[in-house]
Design a protein. Sequence first.
Length: 477
Amino acid sequence: MRAAPTILHLDMDAFFAAAEQASKPSLRGKPVVVGGLGPRGVVATASYEARRFGVHSAMPMGQARRLAPNAAYLVPRFSFYRSISEQVMELLGRLSPLVEPLSLDEAFVDLDAGGVADDSASARTAGERLRADILATTGLTGSVGLAGSKMIAKIASEEAKPDGLVLIEPGTERELLAPRSVRILPGVGPATGEHLRRAGMTTVSDLVEAGEDELVRLLGRAHGASLYLMAQGYDDRPVVAERDAKSVSVEDTFDVDLHDRVRIRFEVERLAERCVGRLRASGHSGRTIVLKVRRFDFSTLTRSETLRGPTDDPGVVREAAGRLLEAVDTTGGVRLLGVGVSGLADYTQEDLFAQAEADAAHAAEGAAGAAAGAVGAVATVPASEEGAGGDAGAAVTGASAVASVEPEAHEPAERRWAPGHDVRHAVYGAGWVQGSGVGRVTVRFEEPWSEPGRVRTFAVDDPELEPGEALPLVRRG
């Protein structure tokens, strides 16, 4: 615990939705919901206007549509959000060498380590300057919390929302926490909160009065002891600049349960390719391959296989995931599939590359022999252009796969126009997709710095309409 409020927590306000409103003048001040738009999609972020209708993150998209039927429902643009996040993180890096990102829109900063604050006045000045710099650079707002610990700084930023700054003086933590719900403490989720409620503890002061021994009896040694300390306002966790990733994974939820075994295998291989792409982008390799399968009855199975050493070879990961799938009963249908890699390292095991090449050569020889005796030709199966609507993060082009039978329900290769995504027309310039269907796509032509634009409709295969690049939110020069 620090004697000065030099730990800063930044949380961007309704980040995804706010970014969409800033880039689309016609949506400013209106309810906007970002997430997977399929039947099993979930809300990633809702604007404050949408939250007034009861819409919130992690809510099923179907429920959100019932609560706010007139809101704008958009598919996420993660590359766009990431580019804004990089600008924000650069500003944080100017304050201190100790910046701990928690997500694209949230981070802790140790102001003392950067020499920009050593008391309440200087901390407040640094926080206000940061908020102004973020607005000038990105056009978006963020809320700042300042305190002597990470736990209290995060609580402060939540109180500051939207677009504010709250400083909590060290020494006042226990008084601040006492009347609050136990759910305000890190690690107290719905299950733990309910367990504590049944024991008669609903506020933080109840935890303090119960004592450490009682919490240990209820929750176990590690959790009970740490919760007792936090209830008294103690949190000595440092700001850590480098947070080691423990795993890399991707998953898709499907609009309709998958039954065909060939299609399921195809989707697992596609996910393996995407997972390796993320693995390489993070500069890691891994030695444990994990397959996740959620079946028609919502039961979830995980299977894993540990390799001889770490790899980032797509062939090795794909084959391992395929082997794991063979041990899973998919009778009745599959609603979600996921592939992950854990046991991360920053190097690869060379013999695994040789192993992958040998396996590929062996498979090629077997395929050639089978083709020589086959009547029909082998068909090339293109991966779908975007993931199922239930996964807000799945809109990635996969690699092509080869199979003797084409998986069911694959649409022909054609351009898809996702609501909210950028387009450019040869005549009308930059715009974004409002919606598409029955062979038509509706586009609103406007730019972040323009007035709300006009809407026009085109054929989905109009040669003058192409996917576009996201425009910056703040016009330079």
